[in-house]
Design a binder for this molecule. Sequence first.
Ligand SMILES: Cc1cc2nc3c(=O)[nH]c(=O)nc-3n(C[C@H](O)[C@H](O)[C@H](O)COP(=O)(O)O)c2cc1C
Length: 230
Amino acid sequence: MNSTVDLPAAMLDSLLAARHSCRAYLPKPVERDVLTSIFETAQRTSSWCNSQAWQVSVTSGDATERLRSALLEAAGTGAPGGSDFPFPEAYTGVYLERRRECGFRLYNAVGVERGDKVGYARQTLENFRLFGAPHVAILTSDPGLGVYGAVDVGGYVQVLLLAMQAHGVAAIPQAALTHHSALIKSQLGIAPERQMVCGISFGYEDTVHPANSFRTSRAPVSEVVSWVDG
Ligand SMILES: Cc1cc2nc3c(=O)[nH]c(=O)nc-3n(C[C@H](O)[C@H](O)[C@H](O)COP(=O)(O)O)c2cc1C
């Protein structure tokens, strides 16, 4: 084994193994120089034709608090929102199983019993409280780049999550926030035609909060990769 060659792979594996979606945060903001390093790393993300479709608005301090209040109010009134990309019509088969596993692990962790609809709603609302995070990043794509613009922003999301993890910053991607994309764009001064792919709430993890006590599983490679040889 050549340890010099193996080190980057081991580091990547350990970052991925340690990363998880964080659903409770300390109020402490992330230092601006740390954020600058993270976003500089994420700029290395690849994209089709190097188009770099992503634009990111990052909130701190009062800007986060204003957005949190507006989102909680909008979610509380049940005012119809609207996302810029259609949501899946249904999760079926293996996708439904995986979705359920993740949901039940979360509800078990926070003490919401099966069938407790009030408890489910309370936990869902946490999305709009930004899980108590001191920052949220709003990621948008250019409609002129179509599906592949969104694909490139998706790649950027994953690199950003890893860069955050490498700096000890916890995060959670949130499609739920796109329910209120118009409100978010207007409040953060994002051009209305930009398409919101997701938000990422982030900060320092509250490591003792029960919502952060569970982990999700992954399908084995044998269910995913088909080797086509010869
Ligand atoms: C594009 C995207 C959107 C997501 N949206 C939400 C969301 O709205 N609310 C939420 O609680 N988790 C959301 N997640 C987190 C997933 O549930 C989580 O990544 C998945 O269950 C795997 O768990 P892990 O991130 O802890 O490894 C999202 C993840 C991605 C990549």
